[in-house]
Design a protein around this ligand. Sequence first.
Ligand SMILES: Cc1cc2nc3c(=O)[nH]c(=O)nc-3n(C[C@H](O)[C@H](O)[C@H](O)COP(=O)(O)OP(=O)(O)OC[C@H]3O[C@@H](n4cnc5c(N)ncnc54)[C@H](O)[C@@H]3O)c2cc1C
Length: 464
Amino acid sequence: MPSTPKETPSSILIIGSGVFGLSTAYALAQREAFKRTKITLLERMDFPAPDAASIDSSRIVRPDYPDPAYAALMAESHKYWRGDFGAEGRYTESGLCLVTDHPDDSAESASGNYLVKALENVKKSLGLKVGRREDGGQVEPLESARAVNRVMASMGGDCGQSGYVNWTSGWADAEAGMHYMRKLVAATGRVEFRTAEVERLHYGESKVESVELASGEQLHADLIILATGAWTPKLIDLRGIASATGQVLAYIDITQTEQDRFGSNPTLLSESSGMFIIQPRSRQLKVARHGYGYANFVTIPHPERPESAGEKITVSLPRTKQDDPNINIPPEGDAACRAYLRKTIPDLADRPWTQTRICWYTDTINGDWLIDYHPTYSNLFLTTGGSGHAYKFLPVVGERIVDIVLGVERDELGASVRRKWRWPEKRGGDDHVWTGDWRGGVKGMVLDEELARGGTVEKEKARL
Ligand SMILES: Cc1cc2nc3c(=O)[nH]c(=O)nc-3n(C[C@H](O)[C@H](O)[C@H](O)COP(=O)(O)OP(=O)(O)OC[C@H]3O[C@@H](n4cnc5c(N)ncnc54)[C@H](O)[C@@H]3O)c2cc1C
């Protein structure tokens, strides 16, 4: 079992400046326990890394979870989003319309009725008032396609068969939120920022001996916090625990008239297909999928063995526009985004994408994050495994992470998340993790195979 160190580290090196790394840096910088600790935040690219999962035009901010712990953590986070953190357009509370596309959700949905359980949970654990918005309701069950299409009226298409709308949910301008958090961290004056890529960690028997940068420089710290998102399996063996999976995003430009038409919509999210459309901003609309994603298998030297041992492992790692500027989403993903746009907003059916992106989740087996000391290396702590849902917790997750660093369970929620996020007792049977939480798309897709299909989008639609 991982243990909590008895002594306060005199130096902490956080690697990775995404949601987990920045939020951890902020919480560490404010804790009395670390007031004499040197804190360094290392990032491979000048902030913000354009291919980081935390950097994009928008992220959904919702308490809509079947699991009361995430809903409770969101209740904490919501206070910040509704205050200064979310000011100046960083947070917009436009609602979330969570729907199923199946006439009878109970039989067909791969999600195991995520939305039914989420609705029950937000009503019960957050005490949201049920009813139409015009009557003061915060959450409204939508029991027919007609009811869904009433809420999403401006889209003009088929938005779902049933579901509910939560008017207390919203979305964040993801990049702007990250800039804000970075400013908060800088303002503490406690954190040294450094741009450099970590090439590998050097492992001794029971601790990390040093951190080697791509330049060859070796760094040392009493505590190393790995917050490297989907790139983490390059630095530590996470086979059967967490994997990088590529998710599809496609953007179109819209006119000012269209911006006015769709600009106050709730986010539309289908639990059946994982497809979603967040309220557009600045005349840009995004179609995306919360899916099983693509694996990008790469054979690399075993990260925990000396290079001289020659041992190799195969893991999925991100491939982004930084690696290949011409990479776009595969035809399968293109077809899925196109079909969803056509179905929900027929008027925009053929509008060409201005850009597409494969954005990389760090998926765990059940979608819970991995926030814990490593069981073997006593000075290594991991905070990763976001599984496509960590952004919304940016203002508060660092506090919970630092509690775990210190071995403190300050309340029931702390105890609950501590259990959820711990290093698993055993690894999954397969090296690659296809997460088991609710997802759209097909399980088992490999990026190179999907790119190689090279078929037209029309052909791909026929295959789906
Ligand atoms: C398409 C998509 C949609 C999403 N939608 C939502 C949503 O609607 N709501 C929500 O709450 N969450 C959402 N998420 C999830 C959320 O964005 C992620 O869980 C969260 O951003 C993960 O943060 P991170 O710190 O783990 O990773 P990242 O943001 O990827 O940060 C990791 C950082 O580590 C750096 N790094 C990596 N390797 C090295 C190295 N060797 N040396 C130095 N630095 C390194 C990277 O450059 C990067 O900046 C979504 C994610 C994606 C991809």
